[in-house]
Design a protein around this ligand. Structure first.
Ligand code: PMP
Length: 306
């Protein structure tokens, strides 16, 4: 459940949390035409700092471009509004959810006549896949639900409606007793988790699917690729198939909500020793220090709210 904070930013106004409402005939609710971001801020020694906020807002505007939505606010204004909202709500570590959606008024399938609305909410949000999965590794399964491809619902955008695909996979995985689903591309390559990118480790190689196989271009993914390269690993964007996961030395998920979560097993085959491996732990430790502003090398990733 969401833990409410005091205010939500709606189109430039600070609105009381409980009053941040839309009409039931809002077209984005009916057809899923909207774009959003998931971002985290962390407590650092110099106060709250948003992890790669500028990169997240740039992706938000790329998503908006794909869906032909032109907000009345610039990316710089949304960045500032996000920081101000964190200060206003007096939260340090928090999850941040900006959403660009259609305004009330039209209900046909052409979204273009609708007004474009923007909201931002922030609230404290802990572990996404659960502390057990974080500590001992997640139990993953390859979903029978395939991930959308670029000519169906483009994975280059983070659009609201596309998440019914992720949710179908997530629900099926949970019902079958797993923690998380891994989806394949239409040609059968491993693409993405339901809300995370996927990596495997094989010797000194750290491998993740290329964007052409349909994963979201994750910002945690990019951060992990940078960290792994800086640690001397060979980082590859390469097709992987399900047996590569079964036979990998290690595997892990990356994402803003999940952060980095080791994968203990895939379809009941233990990955490596079936426990979080040394490379995963090494990268995870550095990532945690980076998000908390403890590493000079990655200081640019910490965008202070004040
Ligand atoms: N894949 C999917 C499908 C996602 O929803 C997310 C979360 N935004 C990710 C990957 C990870 O992206 P990021 O690291 O930017 O949060």
């Amino acid at each position: 459940p969401i833990t409410p904070t005091s205010k939500i930013w709606m189109n430039g106004e600070l609105v009381d949390w409980d009053d941040a409402q839309v009409h039931v005939l809002n077209p984005s609710l009916h057809y899923g035409w909207g774009v959003f971001e998931g971002i985290r801020a962390y407590a650092t020694s110099s106060g709250s700092a948003v992890f790669r906020l500028t990169d997240h807002i740039a992706r938000l505007y790329r998503s908006a471009k794909i869906y032909m939505m032109e907000p009345a606010f610039s990316p710089e204004e949304i960045i500032q509004a996000t920081k101000d909202l964190i200060v206003e709500n007096d939260v340090q570590a928090c999850y941040i959810r900006p959403l660009i959606y259609l305004g009330y008024g039209e209900i046909g399938l052409n979204p273009l006549p609708s007004s474009i609305e923007v909201m931002i909410a922030v609230w404290p949000w802990g572990s996404y896949l659960g502390e057990d999965a974080e500590r001992n590794g997640a139990r993953a399964t390859i979903s029978t639900w395939r991930r959308n491809d670029a000519n169906i619902i483009p994975p280059a955008a983070k659009a609201t409606g596309q998440y019914i695909n992720s949710s179908l996979a997530k629900v099926a995985a949970i019902k079958a007793g797993y923690d998380e689903a891994i989806m394949t591309s239409p040609n059968g390559h491993i693409a993405d988790g339901s809300g995370e990118n996927v990596f495997i480790v094989s010797g000194r190689k750290v491998i993740t699917p290329p964007l052409s196989d349909g994963p979201l271009g994750g910002i945690t993914r990019a951060s992990v690729m940078q960290i792994a390269a800086d640690q001397g690993y060979e980082v590859l964007e390469q097709h992987i198939v399900r047996t590569d996961l079964y036979l990998a030395d290690e595997a892990f998920f990356t994402g803003t909500a999940a952060e980095i979560v080791p994968i203990a097993s895939v379809d009941d085959r233990p990955v490596g020793a079936g426990r979080p491996g040394p490379v995963t732990k090494e990268i995870l430790d550095i990532f945690h220090q980076a998000t908390r502003g403890e590493l000079d090398r990655y200081k640019d990733w910490n965008e202070s709210v004040r």
